[in-house]
Design a protein around this ligand. Structure first.
Ligand code: SAH
Length: 237
């Protein structure tokens, strides 16, 4: 009996050896703890509740989307420069805008302003079908290659997002990550009935208002959400 118990514990020990050691994922991703802390302190403590949004924020490696020289700041509560005078948004803003449009598998979402590709990765991590447009070619190319390398399914192109993506329209949701002086008509036209758009509207280089636009039975309803600061939505020359 004693012998049987010994053999059993040896077998269990051998089986346990085959399991990944606790903390193994931290070895492969030393940033994981910082990311989990970001989600606790910057998202959950500030009222972000959507489980898919939180899960995406926990899983997407934000440090790979920032400039390598700023990697240590990747999970801090701040936007960061990504070159060409542009920025990757503050993590909370990304989570907040994501939670508003509730990306889900089966939903088609258009993002204007790919930038680093981080917001697009978050939307894709929620399972949505993501289209993203960036006006600065080198940023568009860098984001597309990173998203491909990390296996996020995002269809992207270089161009002026003001005109949306007519060939892929209509969209369940549109997320604009650069500040517009007014809501572009092509974008509201490409929104499905029942669809939602979030867009910062206001004076460039100043404080803007994050607006929620909902299309219901062909009519647009707009609501102000909060004051924000985004880089301006540029127009192609
Ligand atoms: N969503 C990005 C944030 C990028 S900042 C991220 O997660 O990193 C806004 C981006 O919008 C910039 O990269 C800027 O070049 C881009 N942009 C500005 N005007 C645009 C336009 N008309 N069409 C498409 N992209 C535009």
């Amino acid at each position: 009996m004693e012998r049987a118990r010994e053999i059993a514990s040896v077998i269990i020990f051998i089986l346990l050896l085959g399991l990944p050691a606790p903390g193994a994922s931290e070895e492969t991703d030393p940033w994981r703890n910082e990311r989990l802390r970001m989600v606790r302190e910057q998202m959950e403590d500030r009222g972000i509740r959507d489980p898919l949004t939180l899960q995406a924020m926990r899983s997407v490696p934000r440090h790979l989307f920032v400039d390598p020289s700023r990697r240590d700041a990747a999970y801090l509560d701040t936007p960061l420069p990504i070159g060409f005078g542009q920025t990757i948004s503050q993590p909370y803003m990304v989570a907040y805008m994501t939670e508003i449009i509730l990306p889900r598998p089966g939903l088609k979402i258009l993002e204007i302003g790919t930038g680093s590709g981080y917001q697009a990765a978050i939307l894709a991590a929620c399972g949505a079908e993501v289209y993203s447009i960036e006006i600065i070619p080198p940023l568009a190319e860098r984001a597309a290659s990173l998203l491909r390398k990390l296996d996020y399914e995002v269809t992207s192109k270089t161009g002026d997002g003001f005109f949306g993506w007519p060939e892929a329209a209509p969209f369940d949701a549109i997320l604009v990550t650069a500040a517009a002086e007014f809501i572009p008509t092509p974008l509201t036209e490409q929104l499905k009935d029942g669809g939602t758009m979030v867009i910062p509207v206001g004076t460039p280089f100043y404080v803007q208002t994050l607006m929620l636009v909902e299309k219901r039975e062909g009519r647009l309803r707009t609501r102000s959400l909060m004051p924000v600061r985004f880089v301006p939505l540029r127009r192609a020359e």
